[in-house]
Design a protein around this ligand. Structure first.
Ligand SMILES: [Zn+2]
Length: 110
């Protein structure tokens, strides 16, 4: 059982903590909003070439996927399954979680 979760008085907020992930989620949503707005503007602008629209739409999709991944990581922290591989059940190495805080699989399965 983890009990140190709500006593986060420390100034350090590792990306792999619930606080760090909420921060990450805020940034991811801001980025998604920014890209969505940009995409809407590109759609409304008749001088924009389709390639630019497609490129931005791809970025919007990536940003949306990132928001979803971080949301799921927060759910896993709250349910106590964070840091465990969703496929084989092994612990995900700390270095991998630091590099990819929303990773839900180990290196072998990912
Ligand atoms: Zn695995």
């Amino acid at each position: 059982m983890v009990s140190a979760m709500d006593s986060a008085a420390s100034s350090e907020t590792p990306a792999t903590s619930a606080t760090g992930l909420r921060h990450e989620l805020g940034q991811a949503r801001t980025e998604l909003d920014r890209l969505s707005t940009e995409y809407d503007e590109l759609l409304a602008d008749p001088d924009v070439i389709q390639e630019d629209r497609d490129a931005t739409r791809t970025l919007v999709e990536v940003a949306r996927g990132h928001v979803r991944d971080v949301e799921q990581a927060i759910v896993r922290i709250e349910s106590g399954t964070y840091g465990r591989c969703a496929k084989c059940g092994d612990d995900i190495p700390a270095e991998r979680l630091e590099a990819l805080p929303d990773a839900d699989t180990c290196v072998t399965c990912g």
